[in-house]
Design a protein around this ligand. Structure first.
Ligand code: ADP
Ligand code: MG
Length: 355
């Protein structure tokens, strides 16, 4: 359906997007996850036709949209600040795109009623925009975007202004509506929780490029870079130095026939099996995961304990024999029962290479 080919964009001679390519299929929701200022809104504006790329193409059903003005693209947009017309009531807001298309009044009435049902706002037609809560306003914005049956929906941080419980609620509603209508969608956010909830596929935007494109499961299991692991809030990214390898006989070879290495870090020495080739003395980033099957056990001192959903998030420091904290960044793990602050605990871990 939508296909983006090698888009480039700079502002004031500073490259912002450097060769962006991806596609979105029917019924698919992709989520573009990137830090603030990474160019997410610029990319959506280009797809909407409100801004132009320096080079590259935007195609829909194989047709290049370069000459197609925004209104003729049939794409719907939902913004963070809702963008509703304050002087119009809810009915007229939702009917706006339909009236622009000169659709007969009876058809408009039934379509608006259908949309109000879909976003669960039956009976709100006569109300003023200003009488609605943020979450309700965003549902009106969604109904307005959906009413003309767009070929593509784009969401630019739509839940940014809402509080947590409303956010979760609306996110699930949007997800259900997208699955029901099968409209392809691009959802832009800097919030990894949101991205993992809504996306069929996640694209990580960093330094003007898409550095990872995969299902939430694939991306979570293999972030593939230290930046991605941090962006995803995986937390435990640590630096280490390769001290020996199975190739040199210093470490037993990995069971799958791959190479094994010993890596020295602030919190201990770990065994790493890796498909990459590493040399002695090389600095690498590791993702450290809590794992019952982990071969390595580390001894850590509890620095802080936070209650999080049904678990305790425990902040730890590597501890030497005297119990002194030795690591710089600290590690985060999750436990069923809260330990005491200052207590030394042992954690089984597994490390993965983030090169
Ligand atoms: P995001 O949505 O990921 O936060 P934006 O696409 O809004 O990022 O902006 C990315 C960068 O491009 C920002 O540094 C912003 O200042 C710059 N930028 C956006 N629009 C313009 C413009 N019209 N002129 C100059 N710089 C711009
Ligand atoms: Mg933005």
């Amino acid at each position: 359906m939508l296909e983006i080919r090698n888009l480039f964009k700079s502002y004031e001679n500073k490259p912002l997007l450097r060769g962006i390519s991806f596609s979105v299929s029917r019924g698919e929701t992709i989520c573009l996850l990137g830090a603030s200022g990474s160019g997410k809104s610029t990319l959506l504006r280009m797809i909407a036709g409100l801004e132009f790329p320096e080079s590259g193409q935007i195609l829909f059903n194989k047709i290049d949209l370069a000459q197609t003005p925004p209104h003729a693209r049939d794409f719907g947009l939902v913004f963070q600040d809702y963008g509703l017309f304050p002087h119009l009531n809810i009915f007229d807001n939702v009917a706006f795109g339909l009236k622009m298309r000169n659709i007969p009044a009876a058809k408009i009435n039934s379509r608006v009623a259908e949309m109000m049902d879909l976003v669960n706002l039956q009976g709100f037609e006569k109300r003023k925009v200003t009488d609605l809560s943020g979450g309700e306003q965003q549902r009106v914005a969604l109904a307005r975007a959906l009413a003309p049956q767009p070929r593509l929906l784009m969401f630019d941080e739509p839940l940014g202004a809402l509080d947590k419980s409303l956010k979760d609620d609306l996110l699930n509603q949007i997800r259900a509506i997208l699955h029901k209508t099968k409209i392809p969608a691009i959802y832009v956010t800097h919030d990894q929780d949101e991205a993992f909830t809504i996306a069929d596929r996640i694209l990580l935007l960093h330094d003007g490029e898409i550095i990872r494109d995969g299902t939430p499961d694939e991306v979570w299991k293999n972030p593939n870079s230290a930046w991605a692991a941090r962006m995803l809030g995986m937390g435990n990214v640590i630096e280490g130095v390769v001290t020996s390898s199975s190739a040199q006989g210093g470490v037993p070879a990995a069971e799958d026939g791959g190479e094994s290495y010993f890596i020295k870090t602030d919190v201990g020495i770990f065994t790493l099996s890796c498909r990459h080739k590493h040399s002695k003395g090389e600095k690498i980033s590791l993702l450290l995961k809590q794992s019952e099957e982990g071969d390595d056990e580390i001894k850590l001192k509890v620095e802080d304990v936070l209650f999080k959903q049904d678990q305790f998030q425990v902040k730890l420091r590597g501890a030497d024999l005297s119990g002194e904290a030795v690591s710089k960044g600290g590690l985060v793990i999750h436990l069923k029962d809260a330990p005491k602050i200052g207590q030394i605990i042992r954690v089984k871990v597994q490390v993965e290479c983030l090169a």
